[in-house]
Write a protein that binds this ligand. Sequence first.
Ligand code: PLP
Length: 368
Amino acid sequence: MSGPQETPLVQRLPSTVPFVGPETLERQRSQVFGARLGANESVFGPSPKAIAAMEAAAPEAWKYCDPENYDLKVALAAHHGVAPENIVVGEGIDGLLGTVVRMFVAEGDAVVTSDGAYPTFNYHVAGFGGALTKVPYRDDKEDPDALIEAAQRTGARLIYLANPDNPMGSWHDAPVLERMIAAMPKNALLILDEAYVEFAPATAVPPIDVDDPRVLRMRTFSKAYGMAGLRVGYAIGEQGVVKAFDKVRNHFGVNALAQAAALAALEDQEWLEHVKKAVQASRAQIASIAEQNGLTPLPSATNFVTIDCGADDAFAKAVLAALIEANIFVRMPFAAPGNRCIRISCGTEADLNLFEKVLPKALSAARA
Ligand SMILES: *Cc1c(COP(=O)(O)O)cnc(C)c1O
């Protein structure tokens, strides 16, 4: 019997998901994780003011949300010293990445990223039929020169780079990125994914230039602001590029509670400072646990620490499996040579105590 037919593009797509959620693993294992250190969520939570704003907005949930995200956009514009017309709010960076690929990539168009970089971007490129070229990391960092070279060679429409980087936690200083932007081929757009920017040193953040239509900066409330479950992110860019989002974006995508919470969170910079301090302490503790076990923590400008397990990817995978077996949710970087590492998100005291307790056993299990 012939049924409905997917488009040829969708028929060709592999049946993969960008991330398997910890909930899926919990269902498979019939057990809730004792520590959730695998998705770079902020265990320190959202600002209490953001929680209060959601409570206040809840009875009004019968209303459609503001499709222009106006109040949040105006507040973000003031925060960044740009105009509201330079900002588009969306369902997290993940949602915005899908929209931007839809806007700029037709089937067969070239796109460039790094091998092992954020997989949701690749997922969207595949979904719109883009031709993705991946260049290797260099010294555990994304390699701006290689990205530019590949973009020139392939005539890329989009170039993706995260700074600071996930999964390695590394970063480039602003002048490196500015040189990269200056060298970009005409007609290409750089997606500068700054999901972790609040944790980065000021020297790693180039000034925002909304006159340049070739760069889109992407930010999120999921990481430092501790609201990953709400799905709010935004892009900062040149007005024409930002306006074009209106042609295809999901106008009611960011719900009313999420908009209210993001606005309140942005206004509570004190909470953000508190989280940044907690993250710094947690990073130091993860690094110290790694070193006590003879492993090498890599420098991080994020809310996680990537740990070099000192052997091959099979060994890192075995350590990871043993940690999951010991009821800690973790993930590992995806491509060689980063796959010699495991990645541990910052946690509470209790989370890290559990990690400290089970890591030696996980290492012995992996060595056995
Ligand atoms: C976590 C993460 C995101 C996801 O952001 P959302 O706003 O939650 O969609 C995007 N990019 C990178 C590099 C990330 O690590």
